[in-house]
Design a binder for this molecule. Structure first.
Ligand code: ZN
Ligand code: ZN
Length: 311
């Protein structure tokens, strides 16, 4: 009998030694789409009475997903900084003009390290050309490796911004042709019009991006490749100054509540439906949650997995 126990312990030891491969937890999610609406304030979006500028998110999308009402950018409230927090899971003080790569690899690189043959299925599509830097990083072990397909700005880094309607068309074409498994989208509005100080165009920008998000979700819900297997996050990189702080809605970049408080809506087969969540959450948590859904074990996110979303 004692000999039997010794054998059992020895076999157990051998198994422990050989199981260096991490076993993946299985989720229904096979594809992840992240839509970043650049720079609306909470007060003109979900936080506004009646929510007139996010009609689709309020009446059609929120009822089938989760809405975090206390969601924040707790890093620097600029565009490249906010997007870097989302893709890498680390708040970084980074050049905001596209002149610097993130320090750490993003979800694209982690995904392609795990699935090296999938580069046609990992896409970064952005209205702002500078966001192409998200596809690579400065870490010498990752630099220039596992690079996503990119479609940024007019024609890549350094070529300028393009209109969101062009980005939207490219997103729909890419969904149809390449069926991305990881897709990260940036729409430049309402930030672009906010910086011009054009209130009407800023509001219109929120409404337009709300409508585009709805179109993307409709596609995902009706396409046989995506239906029931796809999680979508809709969020922002930063808000804008509160009225009375600096030049108000025209700009952003400080730690005021207007710059920090943003939005997160989450939809997918592994998530609850029609739930409003009051737990505080922040940009880097989206990164950690994507890492969990796609089981990206190499990802070193400083965020927490948003367990409150899960069924
Ligand atoms: Zn921005
Ligand atoms: Zn501010």
């Amino acid at each position: 009998m004692r000999f039997f126990y010794v054998i059992v312990i020895f076999v157990g030891f051998l198994n422990a030694c050989s199981s260096d491969k991490v076993v993946d937890r299985v989720y229904q999610t096979k594809n992840v789409v992240v839509v970043v609406i650049d720079g609306p304030r909470y007060s003109e979006s979900w936080g506004q009475t009646g929510r007139p500028n996010v009609r689709y998110l309020d009446s059609i999308l929120a009822p089938v997903g989760c809405t975090h009402t206390y969601f924040y950018n707790l890093g620097e409230t600029f565009t490249t900084n906010g997007h870097t927090a989302l893709t890498t899971g680390v708040y970084q003080s980074i050049n905001n003009t596209g002149g610097e790569y993130p320090q750490n690899p993003g979800i694209f690189q982690h995904y392609l390290k795990k699935y090296p043959d999938e580069s046609n299925h990992v896409w970064l599509i952005t209205s702002k050309d500078k966001l192409q830097v998200l596809s690579d990083c400065k870490d010498f072990q990752w630099k220039k490796k596992h690079i996503a397909s990119t479609d940024c700005g007019v024609n890549g880094l350094g070529t300028g911004y393009r209109h969101d309607s062009i980005t939207f068309q490219h997103v729909m074409n890419t969904l149809e042709i390449y069926k991305p498994k990881v897709l990260f989208i940036n729409f430049r509005e309402p930030d672009f019009s906010g910086h011009k100080g054009d209130w009407a165009a800023y509001i219109h920008g929120i409404q337009q991006t709300d409508s585009m998000v709805h179109e993307i979700w409709k596609y995902l819900e009706n396409d046989p490749v995506y239906k029931g297997k796809t999680t979508m996050f809709v969020t922002n990189d930063h808000g804008r100054h509160l009225d009375g702080v600096s030049n108000g809605f025209t700009s952003h970049g400080c730690s005021c509540e207007g710059c920090r408080r943003i939005h997160l809506w989450s939809f997918g087969p592994d998530f609850k439906k029609g739930v409003v969540l009051n737990q505080p959450a922040e940009l880097i948590d989206v990164n950690a949650t994507i890492g969990e859904l796609l089981q990206l074990h190499t990802l070193k996110s400083n965020g927490r997995v948003l367990r409150e979303l899960f069924n």
